[in-house]
Design a binder for this molecule. Structure first.
Ligand SMILES: Nc1ncnc2c1ncn2[C@@H]1O[C@H](COP(=O)(O)OP(=O)(O)O)[C@@H](O)[C@H]1O
Ligand SMILES: [Mg+2]
Length: 296
């Protein structure tokens, strides 16, 4: 039997995946589990037996229904939560806490409002021991990379949402992290700004030596950006499937309607939201007021 369309890789795409798998593993997650206690004292199994690895310069997205443990997973990678079981290694070394080898961009704007764009980007550099002059030079390079040189001396409140997230990306990249961790970074942006940010992120990823782990609940975004997509299930949060995206690189918005793009989206959509079989319930409504025009 022929493979489904989302599993059919052109020779170019297959070769790209073969090469990707030969690259060193940056992030190695083995049998990871995480339990929380609810306020009522019940155990919540946020993650159960989650295993996967991310290769150098790979763009991996994590997708899944609300509450399936996406944020918990990325917070464990960031060192902000400790796992209850399993192992997690960055470049072969166990993660025991936060560190400059991981950069983080959240959905909410996390810039320091009292610092200019430049000082925001310099902040992490100075924390990790760079001198003022060097930190400033480096910061200006990253600010230029995200196209905001003209706003280096502006304050966060003078920037649009998209611009703030570009500064957050520059700040996260300035420390040259091994992996960039992004938790729904464009979730609060309007559709047009979001599309623009996705295109910017693709360009940055193509030009900077960085591996990206990206959480989203937007299927278009996941398929457009990712090499592979880790699909999680909820209750308990666990791996459903790792999907290799069969869409060729370089990625461009024109690919959104390609058959392989649509097939991948549809497959993941079915994993996350199995088709509803029940009929939509009809409301017991009768006409309550005289209505002039019949709608049908
Ligand atoms: N600090 C916490 N204390 C208790 N329960 C938590 C905590 N953080 C997350 N959870 C629970 O763990 C599960 C996964 O949450 P989360 O990782 O935020 O999911 P997602 O990001 O996929 O929506 C949810 O049931 C959530 O209520
Ligand atoms: Mg979340």
């Amino acid at each position: 039997m022929d493979k489904p369309v989302y599993q059919q890789q052109s020779p170019q795409v297959a070769e790209r995946f073969a090469k990707l798998k030969q690259r060193p593993v940056v992030l190695d997650v083995e049998h990871l589990g995480k339990q929380f206690l609810s306020p009522q004292g019940e155990i919540i199994q946020a993650l159960q037996d989650v295993s996967f690895h991310v290769h150098r310069r790979e763009f991996m997205s994590v997708i899944g229904p609300s509450g399936c443990g996406k944020s918990t997973l990325i917070r464990i990678v960031a060192g902000l939560e400790t796992p209850t079981s399993g192992e997690i290694n960055l470049d072969g070394t166990p993660i025991t806490g936060p560190g400059p080898d991981r950069g983080m961009v959240f959905q909410s704007y996390t810039l320091f409002p009292w610092l200019t764009v430049k000082k925001n980007v310099m902040f992490g550099l100075k924390m990790s021991g760079h001198g003022e002059v060097e930190a400033e030079q480096d910061a200006m390079q990253w600010i230029e990379l995200v196209g905001l040189s003209r706003f280096a001396n502006a304050y966060p409140h003078q920037l649009s949402g998209g611009m703030k997230q570009r500064v957050a990306i520059a700040r996260a990249l300035a420390n040259r992290p091994r992996i960039l961790l992004m938790d729904e970074p464009f979730g609060a942006l309007d559709a047009q700004t979001r599309a623009q940010m996705q295109a910017y992120l693709m360009q940055i990823w193509e030009n900077v030596d960085v591996t990206i782990m990206f959480i989203t609940h937007d299927l278009d975004e996941a398929v457009y950006l990712s090499d592979r997509i880790l699909v999680l299930k909820a209750n308990p949060g666990r791996v459903d499937e790792m999907v290799e995206v069969p869409v060729a690189h370089p990625r461009e918005p024109g690919q959104f309607l390609n058959p392989e793009f649509l097939a991948t989206k549809e497959h993941i959509e079915h994993l996350i939201h199995p088709p509803v079989t029940e009929e939509i319930e009809r409301l017991p409504i009768q006409r309550m007021t005289p209505v002039g025009d019949d709608v049908y």
